[in-house]
Design a protein around this ligand. Structure first.
Ligand code: IVH
Length: 674
């Protein structure tokens, strides 16, 4: 290192120390000693340094995250029964040895095995007290975890109260895995790459990173799911009516807790093997990453006999599926232009078969990732199908280099339109700034018709490309002007398909809601949740398109970045025109702002008992809360309304005894205006 480099390194280190200290003051002590502007300028200086001199970059640099170490601010929670790990095995041979060992250790018994998918996520324990969600913790070191109650509470498929059953446990610890769907993992990574943030290596890291967030709102915005595979406390003391893993699984499901799917009882090695073959085949179809099977002795009595080693139960085994990795060569690196103009480097690979699928391309996310991994054109590389679907280049085999490998030079022009490219607000990503760049148009249209947007059935990537190539669409509005005679001349477009396409476009126009249309525009930082918030505050696109940043920032969860992005979008005359075109063609959904609405349930306490037919408990709770009411879990004299669904529990009797107002589901729907 020369003198100049030493100076740069010292400055970077000094900045990191300072920034870390101010983060700590701000996030942990809640007592900042410098202004936000001063802080921002420190951060900007460090970012600029790291960008200019990538060798200075450091994975633990404060430019790589927002705020202090979250772990320091979570409180801890002790597990009543340690959360053990699992012994791993990688072959059917090891599985057979496990079965033999079990049988030898508990002679004279006939154990069966509960076999279910091993989900690749984050282990958590939930506590339901009196049937109501009370707390959640991570596994931590197995004995003590982090209290992530507020974050886990936001998980969409998690019930906040158990279904009422006669034998509902008063206190229940549920153990399971928090996971993120593979597709959402990809989407989240795209977003992170666009922002120049470090991408998650796999769905497990994405799930863990989303749960271990100090701000539960961030967790809430992530599409997380929970699936239970076991129970905790007093497991062996006869407190549960359940005698086997199978009964735990059905018992939890009956209480309304989502459980790991596809569990099965196997009686011997052959059945386990058959189960393995089947699940291995099916794993690609699963929305979630499955990295193997978990085998558990089914009978709890036998589990008790077998006990635990210091780290894992003797009655369980993880049987891992083979890793989806392969070795190949980077033939070239192309640059793809996304709908917001972001330029993404993509590795073009010598095709290689990994887990039965031929892989020939892999996203390299952004220039930083590419540099951090030190990838060159011509490199031999290790490729992994992370998340089962998207291939990722893990690393180059540097020892194989022979001097022919070439450094990739990022283009200084858009590869699609040759327009100018630049970095916005110190982002890592380069963007094409030409709003009418054909590559941007194509990606924007693909997004517009996708599930994230108007969800037009039968109109996907392939047809969008063809429609653009044939000059039939130049903007999203053109899709609604298509008619059969435009489509018929297209190759592979028959009478029937043309008719279907026109029908689904017309169906999409009818179904379009304001939140969906806003989301479909693909405004940077405006996903479906933000779109909903916007739709609650503006009654149509005209109103939204003239809102200024100040007005937008008054809306919950909309900060300067999002507000800025919205205003920028509508300040573009092309986008203003688009809004007018939508109006013209009758794609003009309107929305009643919720906030202006009166709150008919203001101050009312509502209790549900029994299952609802038309809504989930969560949806019902959401509605009640949005109308000003509160939902409670236990019966008491101060409840205003009791809503009775199918198979109500003992709460109904108690409510009757207390003389509370009792209504059925239809009355409730009327009450909430559904
Ligand atoms: S049973 C005593 N079942 O795998 C431990 N674990 O590698 C019993 N996991 O920490 C665990 N899917 O978080 C079990 N169907 C499943 C699972 C599962 C995922 C996780 C679990 C555990 C880790 C061990």
């Amino acid at each position: 290192m020369n003198k100049e480099q030493e100076k740069l390194k010292a400055r970077a280190e000094e900045l990191r120390r300072e920034i870390n200290y101010h983060n700590y003051r701000y996030y942990v002590l809640d007592d900042p000693v410098i202004s936000d502007a001063e802080f921002d300028s420190l951060l900007a200086e460090l970012k600029a340094l790291e960008q200019k001199h990538p060798w200075l970059d450091h994975p633990a640099s404060p430019t790589k995250k927002v705020g202090a170490e979250p772990a320091e601010a979570f409180s801890t929670m002790k597990h009543s029964l340690p959360m053990y790990s699992l012994d791993n095995s990688f072959s059917l041979q090891e599985m057979r040895e496990f079965v033999r060992r079990i049988k030898k250790n508990i002679p004279g018994t006939e154990p069966s095995f509960w076999v279910e998918p091993k989900l690749d996520g984050l282990a958590v324990e939930l506590i339901f007290d009196q049937g109501v969600y009370a707390a959640a913790s991570t596994r931590g070191d197995g004995y003590t975890g982090e209290d992530v109650s507020a974050n886990i509470k936001t998980i969409r498929n998690l019930p906040l109260s158990l279904l009422e059953k006669e034998n509902q446990p008063e206190y229940l610890e549920v153990r399971g895995e928090v996971v993120i769907p593979k597709q959402d993992f990809l989407r989240l990574n795209d977003l992170k790459a666009q922002r120049g943030e470090k991408v998650f290596a796999n769905p497990r890291n994405a799930a863990a990173g989303s749960v271990r967030q100090l701000d539960p709102k961030i967790t809430a915005s992530r599409p997380l799911y929970f699936f239970a595979y076991g129970v905790g406390l007093k497991r062996f003391k006869g407190d549960y009516q359940w005698n086997s893993q199978e009964e735990i699984s059905t018992g939890l499901r009956d209480l309304g807790v989502p459980v790991v799917q596809k569990g099965k009882v196997c009686r011997n090695e052959q059945e386990i093997e058959a189960c393995y073959e089947q699940q291995f085949k099916e794993r690609e179809q699963s929305s979630f990453e499955i990295d193997g099977l978990v085998l558990k002795v089914n009978e709890l009595k036998l589990q008790e006999k077998l006990g635990f080693t210091s780290r894992a139960p003797r009655w369980a085994l993880a049987l891992k599926f083979p890793a989806l990795q392969g070795r190949t060569i980077i033939k070239d690196i192309h640059v793809q232009v996304g709908r917001t103009g972001v330029l993404t480097p993509v590795a073009i690979l010598e095709p290689v078969k990994i887990g039965g699928v031929v892989v020939s391309r892999a996203s390299l996310h952004n220039e930083n990732e590419l540099r951090a991994k030190d990838l060159k054109i011509g490199d031999q590389v290790l490729v992994q199908r992370a998340g089962d679907v998207i291939p990722e280049v893990l690393k180059p085999f540097k020892e194989e280099r022979n001097g022919t490998q070439q450094e990739f030079v990022f283009p200084d022009k858009c590869p699609a339109c040759s327009g100018p490219v630049s970095r916005l607000n110190q982002e890592v990503a380069l963007r094409c700034l030409n709003m009418s760049c054909p590559a941007r148009l194509e990606q924007g249209l693909i997004y517009f018709v996708s599930k994230n947007g108007l969800d037009i059935d039968g109109l996907g990537r392939k047809w969008i490309k063809i429609l653009i190539e044939n000059g039939l669409v130049h903007s999203p509005a053109d899709i609604f002007r298509l008619d059969k005679k435009d489509l018929l001349p297209l190759e592979r477009m028959g009478e029937k398909s043309a008719q279907n396409l026109i029908a689904s476009v017309s169906e999409a126009r009818k179904k379009a809601t304001l939140p969906k249309l806003i989301a479909a525009l693909g405004i940077q930082h405006v996903g479906s949740e933000t779109a909903k918030k916007l739709a609650e505050n503006f009654s149509n696109l005209d109103e939204l398109s003239v809102a200024d940043e100040q007005t937008l920032q008054k809306i919950e969860d909309i900060g300067p970045e999002v507000a800025g992005s919205i205003v920028k979008f509508f300040s573009n005359p092309d986008n203003q025109n688009l809004v007018q075109e939508f109006k013209h063609i009758g794609l003009w959904p309107v929305h009643r702002p919720e906030s202006g609405k009166e709150q008919p349930l203001k101050g009312q306490k509502i209790l549900f008992t029994g299952g609802l037919q038309n809504l989930t408990r969560e949806q019902a709770t959401e509605r009640v809360e949005s109308l000003g009411g509160k939902v409670t879990g236990s019966v008491s004299g101060n409840i205003n309304i009791v809503v009775v669904g199918e198979n109500p529990g003992s709460k109904l009797d108690k409510a009757r005894n207390l003389g509370l107002k009792i209504i059925n589901e239809d009355d409730f729907l009327e009450l909430i205006g559904s």
